[in-house]
Design a protein around this ligand. Structure first.
Ligand SMILES: Nc1ncnc2c1ncn2[C@@H]1O[C@H](COP(=O)(O)OP(=O)(O)OP(=O)(O)O)[C@@H](O)[C@H]1O
Ligand SMILES: [Mg+2]
Length: 460
């Protein structure tokens, strides 16, 4: 290769002088020995120049070869051998072009990595489906949400129909579906065709998923709540309307019936009043729930005050109320009014559902931080324990739901609206505390509220 280059370069350089010398000799203008000497000299010069040329081009070839394999050291080794200015210039331009491409490629790679990181960090699960329906890519949210259960989603008829419609040119598709495996989930699916320039149809499809389970549950709860609240109000209202009609009609002139009906009417009106009070109380607590209280309160004093107010009711059922307040109980950040409400609701339940002639223990004690047990952090624990009939196990997780009552008849008879523990739960949540309910049928029920110590109080 190099020899051919050398030969052709030598011939190219020597050809014109040789022909000129031969023509001069033929025309008799140059003696034969001089012409031969001239041709020999030219041949030697052409061979030397051709050899140098060939070596320069070979060095250039080697340099370019090393550049192609990204061997910078090899490139420079060969580039240094080039003395021909034009070749050196070409090589430097080539190097600049390659460096430019490398920089562009580096930037493109960086952008790609950033985009991939963004896609992975997006909170919504994303799937990229190939034209044949197979999964080409998933993001971290999709992997976390579906893991091994992804095939169940891909097989879902509504999902497949939406993806097929999107792929066949109907534009982005939006469907809602419910997955039963591994747990019931309501999903919102948006399938977007990714038509790329130059790519033959069908296109890839990007699927964006949103889990609507929680929102649907909240919507259902809200609807249930409105239905329950209206139902609870309608019952005493219907009774009041009934009595009013009777008093205006058949009992209009019956003072004895009037005397009998009026206390019942007052009781029903009182019940409605209580229900509305509780509903307002609940909505007030909910409104403030994101705003924990900051003022430090001596809960021991509040507890003693509330307990004193309950004495007549306990006496009415021949019940005993034992109070124990540990003087070492710290002051904690609290909303005094709301804590009073918590103690009232718990004592109200104890006196309503506890054993007639039984004993209720109300205690307040400091809580040590003990990891692994309850409570795990410092603060205080308020306990209300009764020795009543207890609550069957299956009801315990639902006790704090609004309007949830174990024995509807008994609660209603006792004037209960089923909102007391819901209010307790929300107040405890606002205080960033915890409520624990334990009960054993036939033995009694214990309600424990832990309130956190909060940040250390500033020295006065
Ligand atoms: N100490 C208890 N012993 C047995 N059952 C209880 C006790 N406390 C609550 N319950 C049960 O839990 C249900 C819910 O209590 P909650 O305080 O939320 O509502 P309520 O007492 O019925 O009505 P309200 O408190 O609004 O007047 C009660 O209906 C009752 O069945
Ligand atoms: Mg109650």
């Amino acid at each position: 290769m190099r020899a051919t280059l050398w030969l052709s370069a030598s011939l190219l350089i020597g050809a014109v002088p040789w022909l000129l010398l031969a023509a001069l000799a033929a025309a008799g203008r140059l003696s034969a020995p001089l012409a031969v000497a001239g041709i020999a000299l030219t041949a030697a010069a052409a061979a030397a120049l051709g050899g140098w040329w060939a070596s320069q081009i070979a060095a250039m070839q080697q340099a370019v070869r090393h550049l192609a394999t990204e061997d910078t050291e090899g490139f420079h080794r060969h580039a240094e051998r080039i003395r021909l200015p034009s070749l050196g210039h070409v090589l430097r331009s080539l190097l600049r072009i390659v460096r430019g491409f490398e920089a562009k490629l580096g930037r493109a790679e960086q952008r790609l990595q950033t985009l991939e990181a963004i896609i992975d960090l997006l909170p919504n699960p994303l799937l990229l489906l190939k034209p044949d329906g197979a999964v080409a890519r998933t993001n971290a949210a999709a992997r976390a949400a579906f893991g091994k259960d992804l095939p169940a989603l891909l097989r879902h008829p509504s999902f497949r129909a939406a993806v097929d419609r999107a792929a066949s040119g109907a534009g982005p598709q939006h469907v809602e579906l419910s997955l039963v495996v591994p747990s019931l989930r309501d999903l919102e699916v948006t399938a977007i065709p990714l038509a790329r320039e130059g790519a033959a149809p069908p296109p890839e499809v990007l699927v964006v998923l949103a889990d609507r389970t929680r929102e649907h549950a909240v919507e259902r709860m809200r609807a249930d709540f409105v239905a329950n609240a209206s139902h609870e109000l309608r019952t005493p209202l219907a009774s009041l309307i009934g009595f009013i009609e009777t008093l205006r009609g058949p009992a209009a002139d019956d003072p004895e019936a009037q005397q009998r009906f009026l206390p019942i009417m007052a009781e029903q009106a009182e019940r409605m009043n209580r229900l509305i009070d509780d509903l307002l109380q609940l909505s007030r607590v909910e409104l403030l729930e994101h705003q924990p209280p900051t003022e430090r309160v001596d809960i021991g004093q509040l507890v003693a005050r509330v307990a004193a107010g309950f004495e007549p009711r306990f006496a009415g059922r021949q019940m005993r109320l034992e109070i124990s307040v540990d003087p070492a109980t710290p002051e904690v950040p609290a909303d005094a009014e709301q804590i009073i409400q918590v103690v009232q609701n718990l004592l109200d339940n104890a006196v309503k559902y506890g054993k007639e002639g039984g004993c209720v223990r109300l205690s307040l004690a400091p809580a040590e931080a003990s990891p692994g047990s309850w409570p795990s952090k410092e603060g205080l624990v308020l306990t209300v324990a009764d020795d009543g009939p207890g609550i069957p196990r299956q009801h315990l997780p639902r006790l704090t739901e609004r309007f949830y009552r174990v024995d509807k008849g008994r609660s209603r008879q006792a004037g209960g609206t089923g909102l007391g523990l819901a209010i307790v739960k929300h107040v405890v949540n606002r205080h960033r505390g915890q409520l624990v309910i334990e009960s054993q049928e036939g033995v009694g029920s214990t309600f424990r509220v832990w309130l956190p110590q909060g940040a250390a109080p500033e020295a006065a």
